[in-house]
Ligand binder design. Structure first.
Ligand code: IMP
Length: 475
């Protein structure tokens, strides 16, 4: 059986924690898209594990698979595995031979393209990990796959085709002189990133280490065999529905499909196998966003965020007063929820929960249940609001429009809920759903009704046992 975990919003919904909680019953945890742009956090026994590539099940000692739909930076992967080993874990990771490899040139191009787009205020706000350029080369049929790292002749051939092409793009189109730029990625200077020999030597060495550690597999066969043997597979989505290249707010999206349909394509499992299982949407009790793009329920929409935390606008303590300013509420939520990017450290934009977004997400992935995280973060606010619907060009709509331009014009119709107090969350988590304050329960039940999906879990803190499980998808 499979359980697929999907972000229902804009990423950072706390999927890592939910994978950790439900992953207890899984034998294998597989990622099916994205790469080290993801930042999944698992907190256990006071230890915080920050994972970008290794599937979150590693903390529980589950076999982790990076499926063919992923883009993999071997430098990050090995660093992460080494860090986890230093923390006392022994992650068992398998890597699809069909997965694409992120090369230094992809990171270089990601950063250069963002720079160029920013001249026209069109930057996406990418994580700079080379995700987009790697997927571009995948669909352009000129990428390097994991299996190529295991075959010298093939690797050299791929690089001899790809790197000169990229060099022409950078020099002739972007007009960059590689010798005089000081950008450097994964131990490669800009000039080395385009040098076939330098890249070949390093990446064949990565291939050797992958082979020595027994990591490369035909992921679809590997996972199907596990399912046939009666094992349980969890499919861990990264990013979120509104960052989906098809269903998100294009072009402010990532370059893959976090929605559940891709759990089959990106893992190599049959669509009927994934469809026979459960699909759990993960929702944060409010909304946050890293990077550009519309956000109709954003709090303090016109306040410019700065990277220096000490300069963050707003007065956190004023948020719990009777009529707080939106930016004070945003500051309160940002500080209480630690809303700073896991990968980039950037302060996240913050807003109220957006129901049109959740209706869109629930439909696009066919959620069978959902989990709501960070319910504790909103505690202490006198009033909690939710964007119930949008007003757009004189009409009221209940889901996300298909274009970013129209979405950007949406004004939210907010509903108000009485807030809930700060309490001993450990005690509430231990006692279960009925111990949750009635106002928090009213809020959750409203959301469940609106998206016509049951609440499987409620997150009240970062630790594993601070989650109330109402229904376990594997049971
Ligand atoms: P990319 O995936 O690095 O190309 O970034 C594209 C967009 O997705 C940017 O707005 C990023 O901030 C956003 N993004 C990518 N990964 C994550 C994530 O794991 N959480 C939240 N936002 C993300």
């Amino acid at each position: 059986m499979t359980v697929t975990i999907v972000g229902a919003q804009l990423g950072d919904e706390g999927k890592g924690g939910i994978v950790d909680v439900f992953g207890e019953s899984a034998d294998v945890v597989a990622r099916y898209q994205g790469g080290d742009n993801a930042g999944h956090t698992v907190v256990h026994d006071g230890e915080t594990y920050k994972l970008s590539l290794v599937p979150s099940g590693a903390v529980r000692g589950k076999v982790g698979v990076l499926g063919n739909g992923c883009v993999v930076n071997p430098a990050t992967l090995f660093d992460e595995i080494d860090d986890l080993r230093e923390m006392g874990l022994d992650p068992e990771v398998r890597l699809a031979k069909r997965a694409q490899v992120i090369l230094p040139v992809h990171r270089f191009l990601d950063n250069v393209a963002e720079d160029v787009r920013s001249d026209d205020d069109l930057e996406v706000g990418t994580t700079g990990r080379g995700i987009g350029p790697t997927y571009e080369d995948k669909v352009g049929r000129r990428g390097v796959r994991v299996a190529d790292l295991l075959d010298d002749e093939c690797l050299r051939e791929r690089l001899e085709y790809l790197l000169p092409l990229k060099r022409r793009l950078v020099e002739d189109v972007y007009g960059i002189d590689l010798a005089s730029t000081d950008l450097a990625f994964d131990g490669f200077t800009a000039a080395e990133a385009f040098d076939v020999e330098a890249v070949f030597e390093q990446y064949r060495a990565y291939g050797e280490r992958l082979a020595e550690e027994g990591m490369p597999v035909a992921a679809g066969e590997f996972l199907t065999d596990r399912i046939d043997a009666g094992e349980r597979v969890m499919l861990e989505g990264a990013q979120g529905t509104l960052l989906d290249i098809d269903h998100g707010n294009y072009p402010f999206v990532t370059s893959s499909n976090p929605t559940a349909g891709y759990a089959a394509t990106g893992s190599g499992l049959g669509v009927t196998t994934v469809g026979d299982g459960e699909v759990v949407g993960v929702v944060k009790a409010y909304l946050s966003r890293v990077g550009s793009g519309p956000m109709p329920t954003e709090l303090g929409r016109n306040v410019e965020l700065v990277d220096d935390v000490s300069e963050v606008e707003g007065d956190e303590s004023a948020a719990t007063e009777a009529n707080p300013e939106p930016e004070d509420i945003a500051t309160y939520i940002r500080e209480e929820g630690g809303e700073y990017g896991t990968v980039t450290g950037r302060p996240r934009r913050v807003g109220w929960l957006d129901l049109p977004m959740l209706r869109h997400a629930a439909r696009a992935s066919g959620f069978t249940g959902f989990a709501v995280n960070h319910v504790d973060v909103l505690a202490g606010l006198e009033t909690v609001r939710v964007g119930h619907s949008y007003d757009l060009d004189g009409e009221t709509i209940e889901t996300v429009p298909a274009t970013t331009q129209r979405w950007g014009r949406c004004e939210p119709n907010l509903r108000s809920f009485e807030g809930w107090p700060e309490v001993d969350w450990d005690a509430v988590a231990a006692e279960g759903y009925d111990a949750l304050h009635e106002n928090a329960r009213a809020y959750l039940e409203y959301v469940a009704d609106e998206i016509d999906t049951p609440v499987y879990a409620i997150g009240l803190g970062a630790e594993r046992d601070q989650t109330i499980v109402r229904e376990h998808p594997f049971e």
